[in-house]
Design a protein around this ligand. Structure first.
Ligand code: SF4
Length: 242
């Protein structure tokens, strides 16, 4: 696409970066960080309208009173507060598609719940598609319509939360679920059933990327890379066992 076409589309494709320390320009005030997109995409015609929208977003992400936070710079905020600014900056443009890379990992438990609810609300009200990247499988099952489990850059299993969490098929997904702590002191420690170390992503092996750690590996797994296969419904797995 040409620059002009891309610029028009960018409003609809937004990103919440994982590291809120690197994501915000330290020279800008919080107000300008959130307002910049509105100005670039000409979404407001007056200063009053702009201020109203910026303050509203600050209130939504619980940075209140908004007029106080608007005048601060990123270095005056905690990691969690910066993350909320990054979320406000992305959502003020009402994107159609949002890539959210660990958006709540820097937040405390109570704020995490509020922000997740807010993102889900945004998804439902504005029909925003969210690609939510997380290491926390319980959050994944809470926010997702579909989950894709990745290992070394490859999707190894995909399906609805019901399918992937309740009936995991891939040995890596099974190990991930075994590693989730159970809040019961009598449950004991469950060791994931995998061995060895993750291989270098630069020198990927020829066959299955999980071969060196898999307790069920077969000779074919070393030679041939498994492709995603539909098992039933919306459930796909890349493994020679199926
Ligand atoms: Fe294990 Fe083979 Fe399946 Fe890979 S393809 S996950 S090595 S059984």
């Amino acid at each position: 696409m040409k620059d002009g076409q891309l610029r028009r589309l960018r409003r609809y494709y937004q990103l919440i970066q994982q590291d809120p320390y690197g994501a915000l320009d330290p020279r800008y005030t919080i107000y300008d960080i959130i307002a910049e997109g509105l100005r670039l995409h000409k979404l407001v015609s007056t200063k009053e309208e702009e201020r109203e929208l910026v303050y509203k977003m600050l209130t939504v992400v619980k940075l209140t009173p908004p007029e106080v936070f608007a005048n601060k710079r990123p270095n005056e905020l905690s990691g969690g507060q910066r993350q909320r600014v990054a979320i406000a900056r992305a959502l003020v443009l009402r994107p159609k598609f949002l890539v959210a890379d660990e958006p709540v990992s820097m937040l405390d438990a109570s704020t995490r719940g509020q922000i997740l609810e807010f993102l889900l609300n945004e998804r439902d009200q504005n029909n925003t598609g969210i690609l939510f990247i997380t290491h926390d499988i319980s959050i994944a099952s809470y926010v997702s319509d579909r989950i894709a489990v990745m290992y070394l850059g490859k999707i190894v299993e995909m399906g609805t939360p019901e399918e992937v969490i309740k009936k995991p098929l891939h040995p890596y997904t099974q190990a991930l679920l075994q590693a989730v702590p159970v809040p019961d002191p009598d449950a004991g420690i469950r060791e994931p059933n995998i061995k060895g170390e993750i291989v270098s992503p630069v020198f990927l092996p020829k066959g299955c990327v999980f071969y060196n750690r898999c307790p069920f590996a077969q000779p074919i797994c070393k030679e041939k890379e498994p492709t995603l296969k539909k098992i039933e419904g919306d459930h796909y797995v890349a493994c020679h066992l199926y």
